[in-house]
Design a protein around this ligand. Structure first.
Ligand code: GAL
Length: 343
């Protein structure tokens, strides 16, 4: 099955490249220069996305016989450093810039820079508001719908609860006591996942009680530190750990491992990273939600090279003429192994 998935992924990549990035309107393009600025280097999901970008860039070169120069810079979670990096790409006449923006409220200024330089700018993963994208005809966003991920995460808990209420509601009080581990403040995924995961539970008729919530900035170590305090404070009253991503869910698991507590609550995450999928497969996590970094990378390369070549975007599945979004996928121990191979 894994071989079939791998073969299908390669075939898809070849088909998309054959279908796109043809001859530019005003003469052949020998080298397409793409500058990528990433919000920080030590983020697991973003590292997977970067790997896939490199992969698709190579496939593109092989199939199209055009050189694709993909240069990365890392902003170390510092917006003014990222502004300088974007200025640098534009001054050096890169054809397109891809931005994983540090601070979403700074996106408008970056769009204006790209517009002044008359270059396309594509944001990814950290989503600017629509008004900022509307400032420039050639501003786009590639990512996924944050609400969908939160709803699917909540659904993992709803399904398990409906299947066997006692498995989640361990004290039998008819209320699901949970703790929430949140990503970085200001990120659309943190805010929306936090809200929609819990709303999905309450809409399914499950009563909930938040014992604690805290920001752990998507980071495993920060999550583990918070979780240790909560285990000490709430002990077995914690019936569910809802994490905005897999790394923080794994941090919660680290804390349980450190305290020697073997009877784990229901732990859910989002991303489907190799570590997250493994924890779902071996039953330490109840489930995760697959965030399709491979398809997002494919969309980024496809959109970037079509824009660089001045081609029509008609063949792309754009939403509201600005967005390329990939669906999230609900992962339990039943299908986790299928997605491990996709990473
Ligand atoms: C989210 C992802 C997180 C983290 C964050 C960075 O979409 O789920 O794990 O990578 O993006 O912006």
């Amino acid at each position: 099955m894994q071989t079939i998935r791998r073969a299908a992924a390669i075939l898809l990549a070849v088909l998309f490249l054959l279908a796109s990035c043809g001859k530019p309107q005003d003469g052949p393009v020998d080298t397409i220069k793409i500058g990528v600025s990433v919000y920080r280097q030590d983020d697991t999901f973003i590292s997977l996305l970067v790997d896939h970008l490199n992969e698709y860039a190579k496939t593109y070169e092989q199939i199209k016989g055009v050189k694709l120069q993909l240069d990365f810079s890392y902003a170390q979670y510092n917006q003014s450093l990222q502004n300088d990096q974007i200025d640098g790409f534009l001054q050096k006449d890169y054809d397109v810039v891809l931005v994983n923006v540090v601070d979403r409220t700074a996106a408008g200024g970056l769009v204006d820079k790209a517009k002044t330089a008359q270059k396309p700018i594509i944001f990814f993963n950290r989503e600017p508001v629509r008004e900022d994208l509307d400032r420039w005809r050639l501003a786009y966003y590639v990512g996924a719908d944050a609400a969908e991920s939160g709803e699917l995460e909540g659904r993992l808990l709803v399904d398990a609860y409906m299947d066997d209420p006692a498995r989640l509601d361990r004290n039998g009080d008819g209320v699901l006591q949970y703790v929430m581990l949140e990503g970085d403040p200001g990120h659309q995924d943190s805010m929306i996942r936090t809200e929609t995961s819990v709303r999905t539970l309450t809409q399914a008729g499950i009563r909930t009680e938040k014992l604690a919530s805290s920001i752990a900035n998507w980071q495993r170590v920060q999550a583990s530190t918070k979780m240790l305090l909560w285990i000490e404070k709430f002990g077995s009253r914690i019936e569910a750990v809802i994490a905005n991503n897999d790394d923080m869910a794994l941090g919660a698991l680290d804390a349980y491992a450190n305290t020697g507590v073997a009877d784990l609550p229901a732990i859910v995450g989002i991303d489907g990273t190799p570590g997250g999928l493994q924890a779902v497969s071996d039953g330490r996590m109840l489930g995760t939600v697959y965030n399709d970094s491979s398809s997002q990378a494919r969309h980024l390369i496809q959109l970037a090279c079509q824009l660089a070549a001045g081609e029509s975007l008609e063949s792309l599945p754009l939403t509201d003429s600005k967005y390329l979004l990939t669906p999230y996928i609900h992962i339990t121990s039943e299908n986790a192994a299928l997605y491990s191979d996709a990473e």
